[in-house]
Structure formats: C-alpha cells, structure tokens
Design a protein around this ligand. Structure first.
Ligand SMILES: CC(=O)SCCNC(=O)CCNC(=O)[C@H](O)C(C)(C)COP(=O)(O)OP(=O)(O)OC[C@H]1O[C@@H](n2cnc3c(N)ncnc32)[C@H](O)[C@@H]1OP(=O)(O)O
Length: 409
C-alpha cells in the first residue's frame, strides 16, 4: 500500500470533498453547500492524500488577508478542510499534510498561517497559538434594559433581503477590517459565504433577514439574523439568532441591538462568535441574564517570524531580543531583535543576549494583541531573561480593541 500526497486536480474535487465530508462525520452534504465550497476551493493550494484510487486525506489553503495591529492587511495561508479518512487515522497523514502546507505557505511568501480548529488540542504541535477569543451570549430580552447612547433616536431602521443590500454591507465590512486585528479582508466570492446559512441552522427558522441602521441615508451598521419561533404553555418563547453584526458608531450599534431585543414573540437574542469586547456587555442592565461564554477563535502560526513581527505595529516603542524555539519550522529558531512602535517595526536576526524566551506558539498567541505576553509568562510559557523586558513587551504587543475573527473559513 502506497500513500501518496498530491496537489488536488480539479477533476478530483468531488471525490476529494466526499472525504472531507466523511471525515467531518457526514457534514457538508447538501448540493448547495458543495457548490459553495467548490467555488471557493483553491485547488492548486489543496492537497489530496491517495491510497490507490481512494482519497484518504485532505487539506486546503485559502489565500487570505488578515488585519493586524496598526491596520495592515497581511497575507496569510488559511488552513481549511483538513480531514483524514476514519480508516487511515493516527498514521501520520495529518503530520505529512502539515509539513507540505506550511512549506507551501512559506514558498508563497505569506508570513502567517491561520486556522479555526475542530478540536483545540490538534494544532499546537505544529506551532499554532490561540490568537483570538470569542464571546457567545444568550440574552434573556425580558430581563435586560438597554442604556441608549446619545443619537440613537436619529437612527432609522430598515429591514431587507440580505442579498439585496449585500454591496452596501460589504462596503461597510471592508471599512471595518483595518480597524480590528483578526478580521479577514473579504476576497471576491467570499460574500457568498457571508450569506450562507447551513441547513441545520435554517431548520425551523424563518429566512435570514438583514436589518440596516441608517442616518440621512448613510449606512451605520447592519445585522443579519434569523427568527426561530417557539410556542410554550407559558407563552411565546422564540429566539433571534444573530449571524453577523457590524456597526461603525455607537448609535448605529445600539439601534440595531434595540431592534433585535424588541422583536415581538422572541424572548432570547443569541449571538455567537462575537468579539470579547462586544459593546452589548456595556449597554445591557444585567450581564448575568446574557449567559456569556468565551471560547477559542483564530489559531495563528508565524511561518516567517521576522517578517511577521515586522508586519504589525506596536502600541508603544519596544526594543527586545526574543529567543524563539520552533521545532516544526526550524528556520524560525534563534534570536530576533524587534525594534517597533506605533509607526512601524523591524525584526532581524541578532547575536545579542536574549531578553525573552518563548516558542513560536506564544509568538502566534500574542501576535494580534489579544493574549498578553504577561499572561503567557504567568503560565510559564514565556521566560523573562532581562528584568523589565516582559512588562515593556507585553504593553507594546497589546491591542486597544480585542482581535476578532469575524467569519470562519
Ligand atoms: C483547520 C481544520 O480544518 S480543522 C479540522 C480537522 N479535522 C477534523 O477534525 C476531522 C476529523 N478528524 C480527522 O480527520 C483526523 O483525526 C485528524 C485530521 C484530526 C488527524 O489526522 P491523523 O492523520 O490521524 O493525524 P496524525 O496521525 O498525523 O497525528 C499527528 C499528531 O496529532 C495528534 N492528533 C491527531 N488527531 C488528534 C485529535 N483529534 N486530538 C488531539 N491530537 C490529535 C496525533 O496523536 C499525533 O500526535 P504526535 O505528534 O504526538 O504524534
């Protein structure tokens, strides 16, 4: 039996995707979903692992642009559709695909690799760190009050078919990308993924709608949502499921939230995958009625440590020598001098004594400014070798807004 790893041929896509679906327990079954993923797959960046005429391993890479602190959009290889056939697990197929994929990302000149994980325990061994965290909430609407910020009553609310207002929403989304690290610049075609609602989410719900917040014809924000009615002996108990929410200013945000909280016959507003600094936590009278939960979001791996650290900006001036360990991509190993600040950064190899020691996983976790180097040090994952180096670097790496991956891939 020969296991062979090959670049995906367009003609093999259906067979290849059947293995993706199988590996994910039969998900992605509908024709509509297959068509969506087919249109987005970059076949020349996708890997199929073959055992004879069967595809037993799959991995794709998307050519993404990731917003980083300071507002630059940095090329990033987005790992996706990773699967190994249940018949072929735990024989090193994933490891082989990860080797190939990270070499490909490096050859493409992308300093970063990113992914969202089906299970958090898989990707640390390949150098990924958890770079963003996300909030979910189930707001019990009858038990909370909204503090309306000034200007909310000048905002007009309009509800539309999401497809009819897509261009305006995409334009607003694009303006948000440089303002928040972790957001993805949407490439052509990805707006279809933004509108996509999986069949299991659609079941029992009304069609997705888009609510727009406008003032004098200017779009201030939008939310896409579904309503899921439910009738209980005690009365109506429906849920509003918010799929996306973007706003450029507080009055627009609060007007959207007020609309969503006030929909008749609904008692819960459910939000998932939101930034951890989402404004509703500051606007509602009782956060304990919101069932807040935090979980891991985007995993990030610096593929080229020097260019990656030079691509972002820093909250304060920083001058630090990092000693980086990287078993899976050894070209990153060694000492790097980072000289950075709010205007830009340089990161080059140095023979100077190290001031902080960490693995590439910690560089990835801290990269977007959402995980503090101090918190990593408290967990024993960063070592301070020069007193004072940790506090200064932790402040410089921080981001004033929480990094957030706004949609999956
Ligand atoms: C970015 C994404 O697409 S995330 C989606 C990932 N895919 C899935 O979850 C689909 C279901 N699962 C699978 O298809 C497979 O089990 C995979 C892809 C997770 C693993 O594939 P395998 O070929 O079995 O992994 P492989 O044998 O190369 O193992 C590599 C290492 O990862 C570890 N590992 C593999 N799967 C898991 C897991 N689910 N949880 C924790 N560790 C794991 C192995 O123990 C091994 O560890 P080692 O480095 O200490 O030896």
């Amino acid at each position: 039996m020969t296991i062979e790893l090959r670049v995906l041929d367009e003609a093999d896509w259906e067979t290849w995707f059947s293995t993706v679906s199988w590996a994910f327990g039969g998900a992605f079954g509908s024709d509509e979903e297959r068509a969506l993923w087919r249109s987005l797959t970059e076949t020349e960046r996708s890997i199929g692992v073959w055992d004879g005429d069967r595809v037993v391993g799959t991995a794709g890479t998307f050519s993404l642009g990731l917003s980083v602190p300071g507002g630059a959009v940095v090329p990033a290889g987005g790992l996706t559709m990773v699967g190994v056939a249940p018949t072929h697990r735990r024989r090193g197929i994933l490891r082989r695909m990860m080797r190939q994929q990270l070499d490909d990302v490096r050859a493409a000149g992308e300093p970063l690799a990113v992914l969202t994980a089906s299970e958090p325990s898989i990707y640390g061994r390949f150098g990924y760190g958890t770079a963003t965290w996300e909030l979910s909430a189930e707001i019990e609407t009858r038990d909370v009050r909204l503090s309306a910020p000034p200007g909310i009553d000048e905002v007009e609310i309009r509800v539309a078919d999401p497809a009819d207002v897509l261009d305006a929403c995409e334009e607003l989304y694009a303006r948000q990308v440089p303002l928040r690290p972790g957001m993805l610049a949407r490439r052509p075609g990805w707006e279809r993924a933004a509108l996509w609602v999986a069949p299991d989410v659609r079941a029992g719900a009304a069609p997705q709608l888009c609510v727009l917040a406008e003032r004098d014809g200017e779009l201030l924000g939008y939310a896409r949502y579904l309503t899921r009615p439910s009738w209980q002996p005690s009365g109506p108990d429906g849920t509003v499921q918010v799929r996306d929410l973007q706003a450029t200013e507080p009055a627009g945000y609060a007007a959207l939230l007020r609309y969503l909280l006030d929909i008749d016959l609904m008692s819960t507003v459910a939000l998932a995958r939101r930034p951890v600094d989402e404004p509703f936590t500051q606007l509602l009278s009782d956060v304990r009625r919101c069932d807040l939960r935090v979980r891991d979001g985007l995993y990030l791996r610096p593929v080229e440590v020097g260019p990656a650290l030079a691509a972002r900006r820093y909250a304060t001036d920083v001058e630090v020598v990092l000693e980086v360990t990287d078993a899976f991509c050894p070209w990153n190993e060694g000492r790097w001098r980072l000289s950075g600040g709010p205007e830009g950064a340089v990161c080059e190899r140095t023979a100077d004594p190290a001031e902080l020691a960490l693995t590439v996983n910690e560089v990835g976790a801290a990269y977007l400014g959402g995980v503090s180097l101090s918190a990593l040090a408290a967990a024993g994952r960063v070592r301070e070798l020069r007193p004072g180096a940790l506090g200064a670097a932790a402040t410089a790496f921080g981001s004033p807004v929480a990094p957030w991956l706004s949609h999956g891939f």
